[in-house]
Write a protein that binds this ligand. Structure first.
Ligand code: NAP
Ligand code: MN
Length: 260
């Protein structure tokens, strides 16, 4: 098989990438940057996110599998101590797990589409400079006027990432859902919003509208764009998918245990 290794820049990950290349070459696999079928990441879950964004325009042509240089992650199925097991499994059968990305479309005045971006973990509007006020609608139906630092939209996969730090629920890997979670919402006598994390049907469309997103960013996974000329943001599950290869079946709860 043609593969390519995307590794974190630390010494351990770099050495493991070299070691793995040698082992896979002995089995007749070719490491190539031109049209690889499989992207192997070595590092952490963050490394996998970076790799996916590198290939975001050709996600239908590549599949991903991760090796973690720490403990097991959510996107990584092997630790760097298990290279030999990985090399044996690499010749065997595998399952493909496909996950929809979260799409965010930002519109300016006169409804002109300004940005269209994709995230695996989450897409969030966050303003750390001034109180962000925004109207929130679900499937074009008004829900609330939010005030605070921002709102985070995550999927099942991202439920253990930023969403978890702001009090969102962890969603197990047999469920698909979109989750809307507040980031430092203001709740007192004058202003109130839902406050609780809201778990939605995966077909839901979430819309944020404001006269001013001055100072706010749209942060999607590790990337960001400035929202200063944005008036409206639509967030929903995209038709764009990322495909993960699974050779083994580490349970979700085993991954969850190694998270904390
Ligand atoms: P990063 O350092 O690559 O990632 C931050 C941490 O989040 C790392 O420990 C990473 O695990 C972990 N992580 C990533 N995806 C995860 C998932 N689906 N489930 C559980 N843990 C996960 O930072 P970055 O380059 O900015 O990466 C962006 C991601 O980091 C964002 O999508 C966001 O979810 C997360 N993040 C979290 C916080 C927070 O919790 N307060 C703040 C900023 C960003 P590894 O160590 O295995 O790489
Ligand atoms: Mn990172």
């Amino acid at each position: 098989m043609n593969y390519y290794i995307h590794h974190r820049d630390d010494v351990l990950s770099t050495n493991k990438a070299q070691e793995l290349t040698e082992k896979l070459e002995l089995r007749g696999h070719t490491c190539t940057q031109d049209n690889p079928e499989i992207i192997i990441t070595i590092g952490g879950d963050g490394t996998m996110l970076h790799a996916i964004h590198n290939y975001v325009d050709i996600l239908d042509k590549v599949k991903f599998v991760g090796i973690h240089t720490g403990t097991l992650g959510f996107f990584t199925d092997y630790t760097s101590e298990e290279l030999d097991m990985f090399v044996d499994d690499f010749d065997g059968d595998y399952h493909i797990f496909s996950h929809a990305l979260i799409e965010s479309r930002c519109y300016g005045a006169d409804d002109q589409l300004r940005h269209q971006v994709y995230a695996l973990n989450e897409s969030r509007v966050e303003n750390i400079i001034q109180t962000q006020t925004m109207k929130v609608s679900i499937n074009d139906e008004y829900l609330e006027e939010f005030r605070g630092n921002g709102l985070c939209v995550s999927g099942q996969i991202g439920s253990t990432a930023y969403n978890r730090s702001i009090g969102g629920a962890i969603i197990d890997d047999t469920l698909q859902a979109l989750q809307l979670t507040e980031i430092s919402g203001i709740h007192h006598r004058h202003y109130r919003s839902l406050n609780s994390p809201l778990v939605l049907n995966p077909k839901a469309h979430i819309t944020f509208e404001s006269d001013s997103f001055e100072g706010a960013m749209l942060i999607y996974d590790h990337l960001n764009i400035n929202l200063h000329q944005t008036k409206k943001i639509d967030i929903f599950f995209s038709s764009k998918h990322v495909n993960f290869i699974r050779f083994n079946d580490n349970s979700y709860y085993m991954r969850l245990r190694s998270l904390f």
